[in-house]
Design a protein around this ligand. Structure first.
Ligand code: GDP
Length: 196
């Protein structure tokens, strides 16, 4: 069983010059602001310090790189997109940065994209998925906040997310950052990605 034993901040990347030299495999985590990306990173790494770094003022628009298991792979925390605290739509500015990363990060192996399991996928989620298709980057959708749904509603809601994003159901893993449901499946997927 794949496990994350330790994690360490490397740097915040503003553009390709900050990640073009990366040779280790990279797995990126993406999602709208407030979807639960920090909680997810805390949950899978078992460490509060990584996501805290990513939330520091000045770093929220940057791509934050972490070394996992002393260089087994790099976790890239992509900037959250959507509405800022000021209520301003910052989607365009953020997605440019992310698209450049999809296009130019030399060893990007996989993206874990977070969506809220309770909601219909938004246009910005679909746009991000379109970038991943275009640049042929394998991905997994983590449908977070599964604890907010009863067991009976979970299956139909996974179907709704699959339909909304036009992807297969087996590409969606329901996750609760609160109860850690789905953590084992996410770690298993990361282990598989690193084996490829
Ligand atoms: P970020 O902006 O994407 O980094 O989101 P955060 O990790 O800060 O989470 C946003 C809010 O959603 C916080 O109030 C979290 O406590 C809550 N949250 C995140 N993940 C979950 C989850 O899996 N279940 C529940 N019930 N709440 C969650």
């Amino acid at each position: 069983m794949f496990q994350i034993k330790n994690s360490e901040f490397i740097r915040s990347a503003a553009s390709q010059k900050d990640y073009i030299d990366v040779t280790l495999p990279v797995i990126a985590v993406a999602g709208k602001s407030n979807v639960g990306k920090s909680s997810f990173i805390n949950m899978i790494t078992g460490s509060g310090k990584l996501a805290r770094v990513s939330k520091e003022a000045g770093r929220t628009r940057l791509i934050n790189l972490f070394s996992i298991n002393n260089g087994e792979f790099i976790l890239a925390d992509l900037p959250g997109w959507g509405y800022s605290a000021a209520g301003k739509d910052t989607t365009a500015a953020f997605s440019g940065n992310i698209e450049e990363f999809f296009k130019k990060a030399p060893t990007l192996k996989h993206v874990i994209m977070l969506v809220d399991i309770r909601h219909e996928p938004q246009d910005s989620d679909k746009k991000m998925l379109a970038f991943m298709h275009y640049y042929q980057i394998p991905f997994t959708v983590a449908a977070v906040k599964s604890d907010k749904l009863s067991g009976a509603k979970l299956g139909p809601q996974i179907d709704a997310v699959a339909r909304g994003l036009m992807i297969g159901r087996d590409n969606i893993i329901p996750v609760s950052n609160l109860t850690k449901a789905g953590k084992d499946l996410i770690l298993k997927r990361i282990g598989e990605v690193l084996q490829e």
